[in-house]
Structures are given as structure tokens and as C-alpha cells.
Design a protein around this ligand. Structure first.
Ligand code: ADP
Length: 422
């Protein structure tokens, strides 16, 4: 099998979001959690997304993991590569977006790429290089309080320049709105000036499709899932992609369902509150998890007892003040790690007792859950809400998974997702 597009994502839900975009544009897409071993059965696919959990790793580790993924994708025949990060550009002052993009460019022998996290369908737009979430600047959107990657500067040119030793340019919206040819000229001009990265403005899907068309010849593209919208068409135009293919079919996965939420993003907090109106819930507390008792074990027993009546909700999601209090007491990393370990244990226990459909909220949380379950990869199915599809596992255990990035999904997302599970 030879794939066309090889993608590397810095977290698990982001990978799924990208895969969802590619499937909706007609590319059969599978996602692996890390480069697959030789024993994994590889389904037919046009694109492969390798999901890493590298967003908040030390820079060197993130680079090594990304380069290993690149090598696997090159081995699978990919012709173009995509480095996917969050539409809110989640990163720390050290990286890892800039350093990973630089390492991938070096490995590919290339000297230019774009950085475009825009996802207008979910309210993420870029104007004059500033990232907006809805009508608020990134740094005023709630993302300034993120537990792991607080974003306190909305200027992507400045944020990326701080992470890369190479110059960063801007393709602003006047150029983008003039269409692919003008965008391509702007890329060439920036490259000429020695700029290695270009932040590209985008306010609409139309802009993203123009940007995608202008990227046909770039070996590496970096951004959110939005900018991948226009890429499948480049392969179709080159007669490399079958337009008749139905890309999002999944086989049925009947069985009990449950919801695990470790995201503290605003949208998730509302989704937790919405589900609590009609279903019972159990709240995990990092301070209690650090204590002598077994709060994770209690939560698992509680959730198993609820299953006959419908899906239970186990959550650690908490408002910014509570998160800060837990972090002050335990340390930021330790608080997050305790919650992730608890979610992993609960997910494993639920699946061991017959749960077949899991909705998981939070990128890091999903990473922890999928690793604990020993899932190698997933096939991408129909979209539930923008950026979040249902998926089914490749190999064992046989599960349906909806992995939701923190800020995605409508208010009743959790029960809505379970209602349309495969
Ligand atoms: P998102 O997709 O919203 O960024 P993530 O799961 O990626 O969500 O990140 C949320 C992080 O916050 C995780 O590491 C999680 O373990 C941690 N976390 C969850 N609840 C709490 C809490 N109550 N206190 C401190 N940290 C928490």
C-alpha cells in the first residue's frame, strides 16, 4: 500500500480532528497512536495520521518522536507531509511547534513551510497574524488559563518566532483573499527573504481552500486541521484520488457506553454541566487522588454500577480557580498526571467489564486512555460535531471511540455522541 499524505499530530484528539477533515474531503484515513509496529494490519488508506503525545514533552523528545513518525510515513510512500497542532496553537515558550517544524524541514531537506492553525468552523480565525477564538483574542479566550499550555500572546508571528531560531513571516488576509496564485507568490517572496515559516491569515473555509491549493508543491505543511481542507483536492486534480470512494464507513460496535472528561476547557465544562442534568456523575479530585485512598477505584466501581441504566460520566474537569488550587498544592505536572492515570485506570476497568463505546474529553486525557487500552490505531468514521468523528479501533480491543479535544463540540455533545454511536 502507498499512501499520499503522511501526517504527524502532536496530540491524540488533534490527530482525530485532522483525520476527520481528510475523511470529509474523501480521503480514506487511518490514525495510529505512534508509528505502528510490523504486526499491525494496515487497512487501505489514502492518508495516515500518526498521533503523538508530544505537545508538552521536553523539546528533544518531541523532535525525536516526530522524526520517527516522519520516517515511518516516508517508508509508507507518503509524498507530502503535514504537522498538525492545535487550532489554539497550544505550546510553551520553548515549543514544541517551532522546534518540531524546524526538525521536520531539516529532515526533508526543505527551507520553507507555513503555520496556519485557523479553523473557522470552530471559531478560530487569524487576522494580521493574530489568532482569535470566536470574537476574542486567543489570550483573552480562556486559553490563557490552560492547565498545561497557557497562551498569553495572540500574535502567532511573535509566538512562533520565540520558538524557532529562523525568521517568521506573515501572509496577510489581503493576499489570501486574492486566491491561490497570489498566495503562492507571497510564499515565494518570503522564501526569497529568508523566512522559513509563514503565518497565514484565514477567516473562512474559502480562505483555507485557497491556501490548500497554494500548498500543492510544499513538502511540509503545518497547521490545524482546517488548512488540510484544501489538500485532498490537490491529489484529486492530479488524478491520484478516487472521487467515488465513501471514506467514512464504520462497522457497528454495539454495547454499553460511558463518558470520561479530563478537559478543563470552557466548552467541556458546559458539556459536563449539560450531561449532569440527566445522568449521574462522579467527580475526581487530584488532591484526593494523591491521598492514601483509591478514588480511581471508587469511581470505577461507581461507574460500573450505573451502566445498566445508561452511560455514566466520570470527570475531573474543574473551573480555573479549582485547577489552580490543585496545581498549587501538587504541582502542575503532577496534578495532570494524577488525573490522567486515574482516567486510564477507569477506562481500562470499564472496557474489561464490557463497555464498548467511550467518549473521552481532552487531548492529553484521550492520550492516556488510549495508551492504557492498548489501542494501536483507529479508522475514522462520520463526524459528530466539527473536529470530532466517531472512530473504531483497528485490532483489539474492539471499541468505538469519540476523542474530543477540550474546546470542541456543542453543549449536549456527550449524549448526542452516544446517541449516534456506530
Ligand atoms: P484539553 O483538550 O482541554 O486541553 P487535556 O486533557 O489535553 O484537555 O488537558 C487537561 C489537563 O488538565 C490534563 O492533563 C488533565 O489531567 C488536567 N486536569 C484535569 N482536571 C484537573 C483538575 N481538576 N486539576 C488539575 N488538573 C486537571
Amino acid at each position: 500500500m502507498t499512501i499520499l499524505l503522511g501526517c504527524i499530530a502532536d496530540d491524540f484528539t488533534g490527530a482525530t480532528d485532522l483525520a476527520n477533515t481528510l475523511v470529509r474531503q474523501g480521503m480514506r484515513t487511518v490514525q495510529f497512536f505512534g508509528p505502528p509496529g510490523g504486526d499491525v494490519t494496515m487497512p487501505e488508506a489514502d492518508a495516515v495520521v500518526i498521533a503523538l503525545k508530544s505537545r508538552t514533552n521536553p523539546v528533544d523528545q518531541a523532535i525525536d518522536q516526530s522524526l520517527a513518525a516522519l520516517r515511518w510515513l516516508q517508508g509508507a510512500g507518503a509524498e507530502q507531509f503535514f504537522f498538525k497542532y492545535c487550532s489554539t496553537f497550544d505550546s510553551t515558550p520553548q515549543g514544541n511547534i517551532g522546534p518540531v517544524a524546524d526538525a521536520l524541514l531539516d529532515a526533508l531537506g526543505e527551507d520553507f513551510t507555513i503555520a496556519c492553525p485557523a479553523f473557522p468552523e470552530n471559531g478560530r480565525t487569524i487576522c494580521h497574524g493574530y489568532l482569535f477564538v470566536g470574537n476574542q483574542l486567543l489570550s483573552e479566550s480562556g486559553m490563557q488559563n490552560h492547565p498545561l499550555t497557557p497562551m498569553t500572546d495572540s500574535s502567532l508571528v511573535r509566538v512562533l518566532a520565540a520558538q524557532s531560531s529562523h525568521p517568521v513571516g506573515l501572509v496577510d488576509h489581503r493576499v489570501v483573499s486574492a486566491g491561490p496564485a497570489r498566495i503562492g507568490e507571497a510564499f515565494a517572496a518570503l522564501r526569497e527573504e529568508g523566512k522559513r515559516h509563514a503565518i497565514v491569515d484565514a477567516l473562512s473555509e474559502h480562505d483555507l481552500i485557497s491556501i490548500g491549493a497554494a500548498c500543492a508543491e510544499l513538502k511540509l505543511i503545518t497547521g490545524g486541521s482546517g488548512v488540510a481542507l484544501g489538500l485532498p483536492e490537490n491529489f484529486r486534480q492530479a488524478d491520484r484520488l478516487n472521487s467515488e470512494m465513501i471514506a467514512d464507513q464504520l462497522s457497528a460496535m454495539p454495547g454499553p457506553g460511558a463518558v470520561l472528561s479530563g478537559s478543563c476547557s470552557d466548552a467541556t465544562l458546559r458539556q459536563v454541566a449539560a450531561m449532569q442534568k440527566s445522568r449521574p456523575s462522579f467527580q475526581l479530585d487530584p488532591v484526593a487522588l494523591a491521598g492514601d485512598g483509591d478514588q480511581a477505584g471508587e469511581a470505577l466501581d461507581w461507574a460500573l454500577a450505573q451502566l445498566p441504566d445508561g452511560p455514566p460520566l466520570v470527570y475531573a474537569s474543574a473551573a480555573a480557580d479549582d485547577v489552580r488550587a490543585a496545581q498549587d498544592q501538587l504541582g502542575r505536572t503532577e496534578a495532570g498526571a494524577l488525573v490522567e492515570a486515574a482516567m486510564a485506570k477507569i477506562a481500562k476497568g470499564l472496557v474489561d467489564h464490557g463497555v464498548r463505546r467511550l467518549v473521552v474529553a481532552g487531548g492529553e486525557t484521550s492520550g492516556a486512555v488510549v495508551q492504557a487500552l492498548g489501542v494501536d490505531g483507529i479508522r475514522i468514521g462520520p463526524q459528530i460535531d466539527p473536529g470530532v468523528p466517531w472512530t473504531t479501533t483497528i485490532g483489539q480491543p474492539q471499541l468505538a471511540l469519540a476523542l474530543k479535544s477540550g474546546n470542541f463540540g456543542v453543549e449536549d455533545f456527550f449524549l448526542k455522541a452516544l446517541d449516534c454511536a456506530p
